[in-house]
Design a protein around this ligand. Structure first.
Ligand code: IPM
Ligand code: MN
Length: 360
């Protein structure tokens, strides 16, 4: 198979972890006889430094011409404490999501047996946790009208959703449920917000019309935030709007023992984007300490979802599990005598090649 991949390494630890994902993709190419053509492009703070724009037109073109996008991370502390900054790296990410129509953000939350004791929750609570959040990504309060009064003493953000926006991501969530444990939980705040009441109404109707075989339930977001801690194994597919999804996926990611293990996909009607759930972690940048597994698993998700390469994706996942079992892990997982970013990446890439040879 021959494919084009846009590579957007971005900021902070983005370049380091993406390099490890590329190393593993190279191992897949070699072992399975594929050819991937990579084109790098700028996004985030590095793009602002080079062009003044966090998502330059050139980057959009590279993405549109690719069969899939591998993305690192975005953000730089020099913008975080400057409320007056005119351009911010995060605007690049939002512009990219909007321009590429990436309306569904898919964030799987699965635990690894070996990491259960690294979770802030008791091992019996995290054992067997396996759910996936479908977060709406191009609507809601992130993209609604916002502003500031002339005297500067009042500000507002609005949360807007349309029936069409809710239906299209509902379809993704219900389809996923059918090949999982067949349950969708809609997370909203329908006891307060009009937009949430629309979500409930539309999801109910859509369910009745197209997916009556899937179990559907509803949960207020504050309650869901508790349940992720008290009974995370309850969830199968979680469907939610943009900002609730942002918050609960950060919460959900830490219960797995390490946020550094979780990949994600953002999909729409055309090219899809794959990225680690963790951010740019600027304190760790350039130190060769970041966990590359989320980036490597994002590459696996890319192969599976965009290219249909199931066996190749499995080869990567198996190698990641083996690296954990062999104790080749970064400092987020083991404080004493950890491996570096590049050691973990090289180990996983070698495992992929070795296993492919054994199976050939
Ligand atoms: C995420 C991030 C982004 C978001 C930021 C960087 C704009 O937190 O992908 O979850 O809020 O969507
Ligand atoms: Mn977030």
């Amino acid at each position: 198979m021959e494919k084009k991949i846009a590579v957007l390494k971005g900021d902070g630890i983005g370049p380091e972890v993406t390099d490890q994902a590329l190393l593993v993709l190279n191992a897949i190419e070699k072992s399975f006889g594929h050819k991937f053509h990579y084109t790098e492009a700028l996004v985030g703070a590095v793009a602002i430094d080079a062009t003044g724009n966090p998502f330059p037109d050139e980057t959009l073109k590279v993405c549109q011409n690719a069969d899939a996008i591998l993305f690192g991370a975005i953000g730089h502390p020099k913008y975080d404490n400057d409320p007056k900054a005119k351009v911010r790296p995060e605007q690049g990410l939002l512009a990219m999501r909007k321009a590429l129509g990436l309306f569904a953000n898919i964030r799987p939350v699965a635990t690894y047996k070996i990491l259960e004791n690294a979770s802030p929750l008791r091992a019996d609570l995290v054992s067997g946790v396996d759910f996936v959040v479908f977060r709406e990504l191009t609507g809601g309060i992130y993209f609604g009208t916002r502003g500031r009064s002339e005297d500067g003493n009042m500000a507002f953000d609005t949360c807007t959703y349309t029936r069409a926006e809710i239906e299209r991501i509902s379809k993704n969530a219900f389809e996923a449920a059918r090949i999982r444990r067949n349950r969708v939980t809609l997370v909203d705040k329908a006891n307060v917000l009009a937009s949430s009441r629309l979500w409930r109404e539309v999801v109910k109707e859509f369910h009745a019309a197209h997916y009556p075989d899937v179990e559907l339930d509803f949960m207020f977001v504050d309650n869901a935030a508790m349940k992720i801690i008290t009974q995370p194994a309850y969830f199968d597919v979680v469907l939610t709007e943009n900002m609730f999804g942002d918050i609960i996926t950060d919460e959900a990611s830490v219960i797995t023992g390490s946020m550094g293990m979780l990949p994600s996909a953002s999909v729409g009607s055309a090219v899809a984007l794959y990225e680690p759930i963790h951010g740019s972690y600027p304190e760790g940048a350039g130190k060769n300490i970041a966990n590359p597994c989320a980036a490597i698993l994002s590459a696996a998700m890319l192969l599976e979802t965009s290219f249909g390469l199931l066996e190749e994706a499995k080869a990567i996942r198996d190698a990641v599990v083996k690296s954990l079992e062999d104790g080749i892990v970064t400092v987020d997982i083991r404080r004493e005598n950890p491996s570096s970013t590049t050691e973990v990446g090289a180990y996983i890439a070698k495992l992929v090649e070795k296993n492919a040879k054994v199976n050939a």
